[in-house]
Structure formats: structure tokens, C-alpha cells
Design a protein around this ligand. Structure first.
Ligand SMILES: N[C@@H](CCC(=O)N[C@@H](CS)C(=O)NCC(=O)O)C(=O)O
Length: 216
């Protein structure tokens, strides 16, 4: 199996965490955003969307979209489970995960930020304001959802990490990178801290990836 990713990509970070939690080894193939390799013919022949992550299976199948890949991983490697056994629990976890993956992350993706900069001529302070706005709006909701639910435990759902935590941690890394104020999110940050104590999350973080040594 080959995992195409980039150390700063939060969607690739999600997949790294999931692979670690499952104990599944995949060869890391660097798609170097600093060299725009996501747009090159070589990578676009793997994933025409020019986004990471992608997972190339041994039979030649390519899977795209982090949450679809993670659910495939969960179905094919059931232990430890990343989704609850009950339908209501699964819907809650997917709701939390999608809040991040569908409603926060896409607005702050590199191609959106570059479009604001290059096509719309938005200056850096306003781009940063944009970034922080969408994080704050999403995290306000996430904090309320986590703080008000008896289903929240040590992690987003109960006392074992799952798909919501896998989305939460990379998003907090992004927020920290853009110096978003995080003091108003005690429950969210408590879950983040619990995740980061686990080697599966810790070793997946951007600065612990091999390319962090030579790419800014
Ligand atoms: N919904 C996709 C998002 C993938 C995505 O947008 N990845 C970003 C990095 S986090 C990317 O490849 N960006 C390249 C670009 O915007 O040029 C997923 O969950 O896999």
C-alpha cells in the first residue's frame, strides 16, 4: 500500500493517525506542495483531483478523500473500531467529523487561500482573518456539541479515539499555526490533549514527518 501525502496537509494527517491506530503500514509517497507536485501529471494520474491524501492499494485501486479512505480502513481492519457500534453513535461521530471536514477545512485549504491571494488580491491580514473566522465559527459549535453531550468522554465519543478525534486534532494544529485563540474551547482542547498523549496521534503530527526536515 502507498499513502500519498504531505506533512502539512491536515487531510493526510487524518489518514496517518488512522493508519497508526490500526497498526497498518503504508509506504509514504511525498507529494511536495512546495514544488506544486499535486498538480503534476505524475500525481494527477493517481488522483485527478490533485489533492492529498490518496491510498494506492496493492491491487492497483486508488482510494481518495480522507474520510472515505478511513472508513474503508475501518471496514477492512475492524480493530480497534473508529466508529461506534450503534447507529445513533455513528451518526453523532460522523456529524462531528463532517463539521470539521466539510464545513471548516475546505474553506481554509491552500488552494482557497491562494485564490484569495492571487485572483481576488486579498491582502494577508484579511486572509488570516478569513482563516480564523471559519475556525472560530466551527469550533464554537464543536465546543457546545462536545460540552453538552453525555456521549463525550475522554474523547469526542466515549473513552476511545475515533473518526471525530482524527478530524479534530489536525484542525487544532491548523488553528495553532494561524494563532487562533483557543482559550474558549476547554472541552475541545481537553480532548485534543488526550489524543496527543497517544503515540498514534503524536507520531502523525506534521513536524514528525520525514519531509519536515527539508521543507519549510
Ligand atoms: N476532502 C478532502 C480534502 C483533501 C484536501 O483538500 N487536501 C488538501 C491538503 S489538506 C490538498 O491536497 N490541497 C492541495 C491544494 O489545495 O492544492 C479529504 O478529506 O481528503
Amino acid at each position: 500500500m502507498k499513502h500519498y501525502g504531505f506533512f502539512r496537509s491536515s487531510a493526510a494527517f487524518r489518514l496517518r493517525i488512522a493508519l497508526n491506530l490500526k497498526g497498518v503500514a503504508a509506504e509514504h509517497v511525498l507529494v511536495n506542495f512546495a514544488k506544486q507536485e499535486q498538480f503534476g501529471d505524475s500525481y494527477k494520474s493517481v488522483n485527478p483531483q490533485a489533492r492529498v491524501p490518496s491510498l494506492l492499494l496493492d491491487d492497483g485501486t486508488v482510494l481518495i478523500q480522507s474520510l472515505a479512505i478511513i472508513e474503508w480502513l475501518d471496514e477492512t481492519h475492524p480493530n480497534p473500531p473508529l466508529l461506534p457500534k450503534d447507529a445513533k453513535g455513528r451518526a453523532r461521530v460522523r456529524g462531528l467529523a463532517n463539521l470539521i471536514a466539510c464545513d471548516i477545512h475546505p474553506l481554509n485549504n491552500i488552494s482557497i487561500l491562494n485564490y484569495l491571494r492571487d485572483k481576488l488580491q486579498v491582502p494577508e491580514p484579511a486572509r488570516n482573518e478569513w482563516y480564523r473566522h471559519w475556525i472560530a465559527q466551527g469550533f464554537d459549535a464543536l465546543e457546545a456539541l462536545l460540552a453538552d453531550s453525555k456521549d463525550t468522554g475522554k474523547f469526542c465519543q466515549g473513552d476511545a479515539p475515533g473518526i471525530a478525534d482524527i478530524c479534530l486534532v489536525p484542525q487544532v494544529f491548523n488553528a495553532q499555526r494561524y494563532e487562533c485563540p483557543l482559550g474558549g474551547y476547554p472541552t475541545l482542547m481537553r480532548v485534543f490533549d488526550a489524543c496527543m498523549k497517544l503515540p498514534a496521534f503524536d507520531t502523525a503530527q506534521p513536524m514528525k514527518q520525514p519531509e519536515a526536515a527539508f521543507i519549510k
